[in-house]
Design a protein. Structure first.
Length: 394
């Protein structure tokens, strides 16, 4: 068992009409002028953006707006936001949207409290010591950024996608109204659930087998998400199960399912190169990579993969052949991905076979020019990354 610190300071307002609390919460956490940061047209079409702006007006809180965040949020827009906030005297960033919007908001908040290029934080050249407060009105459960310490940004110069994690970036509050997720398209719903499940799976597959409470929590959350996603794909306005997904996404990435164990994150790092190169949906990219990663590393802790197969994927335990049970668990996960409309290899993800040159370029980026490794269950060197990408070609 690993020593651990659990820190989850984000205040959550959850339920129907939760957004009504936005102005008092902004004031509670010191906001006097707000950047309302959002994505495309969905926040406008749904009326949520106007609702939030109207509530800020009623609360006497001035604000400016910046839209245009896209999946795999871009560094250029974050830099535009930094300039806007400086010129307008903004001291609070409110993200209205999903993980991409929240991650972009965190990047802006970092940049406002530093001299120089905010990209240097993501490159690991600079460690931030302060940031402008960030909060969110969540509309897309997936990334868990509304309670997590992480943000991921894509630099269009070279299509490089990097993440940075720091406790100072944990949002001050998160407003979650499951009704605001009723209109999510099926593909986005499924990709979101895939992403949130992977946040816990990256922690679950570990060499630490002696933190039973954490493992039991992880398995319960994974089973709940499996059940909930089928319910909402069948009935998109099922409040009960939309609520399970919304709250589950937060719990699966606020650190709770990593207490006392060492996490891995190799699948995420391998996928970042896919979405950086091909601009694919992050959750779908994770589904395309994970089965190959799992087969490549499962012998590092075979009993863990057996437990996953039995306790999460409902595979009968063949006590005479643990490897067969583990493989059936991976196959069951592949069937689950297909059942909810996710790919299980790169060909299904991008619609064609990836080239050897493209794989070599992803390996170069993932290994930081062959100088870095990723993963903990099995430490992956450049040759391991290449092998997994080839396995995942389809």
């Amino acid at each position: 068992m690993q020593d651990f610190k659990f820190y989850a300071p984000t205040e959550v307002a959850f339920g129907r009409q939760a957004e009504e609390q936005v102005a008092p919460l902004v004031k509670k956490y010191g906001g006097t002028k707000v950047l309302v940061h959002y994505g495309g047209q969905s926040a406008i079409r749904s009326g949520l953006l106007d609702k939030i702006c109207g509530l800020l007006d009623e609360g006497g809180i001035p604000f400016v707006k910046l839209g245009g965040v896209v999946p795999n949020p871009r560094l250029s827009l974050a830099k535009k936001g930094i300039d806007l906030c400086r010129s307008e005297g903004v001291d609070f960033i409110l993200a209205v949207g999903g993980g991409s919007v929240i991650d972009s908001a965190k990047c802006i908040a970092y940049g406002l409290c530093m001299d120089g290029d905010v990209w240097d934080i993501y490159l690991g050249k600079v460690k931030p010591t302060a940031m402008v407060p960030v909060a969110s009105v969540l509309t897309i459960p997936a990334a868990g950024s509304e309670m997590s310490w992480s943000s991921v940004i894509t630099n269009e110069d070279g299509d490089v996608k990097l993440g940075y994690s720091d406790d100072i970036s944990r949002p001050k509050f998160a407003i979650m109204n499951p009704e605001r997720t009723f209109t999510l398209p099926p593909y986005q719903t499924a990709a979101g659930v895939t992403d949130m499940m992977m946040h816990t799976m990256e922690r679950y597959f570990t060499k630490d087998d002696d933190m039973d409470i954490t493992t039991d929590l992880a398995e319960a959350l994974l089973r709940s998400m499996k059940n909930a996603v089928f319910a909402v794909l069948k009935n998109p306005e099922d409040y009960r199960y939309r609520a399970q997904i919304m709250w589950g996404g937060s719990l699966m990435h606020n650190g709770l399912t990593g207490c006392g164990i060492s996490d891995d994150w190799a699948t995420h790092q391998l996928e970042h190169e896919l979405s950086g190169m091909f601009d694919v949906t992050h959750g779908a990219g994770l589904a395309a990579v994970w089965p190959s990663w799992a087969r490549y590393v499962m012998h590092e802790n075979l009993s863990r993969f057996v437990r996953f197969a039995v306790n999460v994927m409902d595979v009968p335990n063949d006590f005479t052949d643990p490897e067969a049970t583990a493989l059936k668990g991976i196959e069951a996960m592949e069937r689950f991905y297909h059942d909810i409309g996710m790919p299980i290899n790169i060909r299904e993800l991008i619609g064609r076979e990836i080239t050897d040159d493209e794989i070599r370029e992803m390996v170069r980026k993932c290994s930081r020019n062959y100088k870095s490794t990723c993963g903990r269950l099995k430490v992956l060197h450049a040759e391991d990354m290449e092998a997994i990408y080839h396995m995942a070609k389809g």
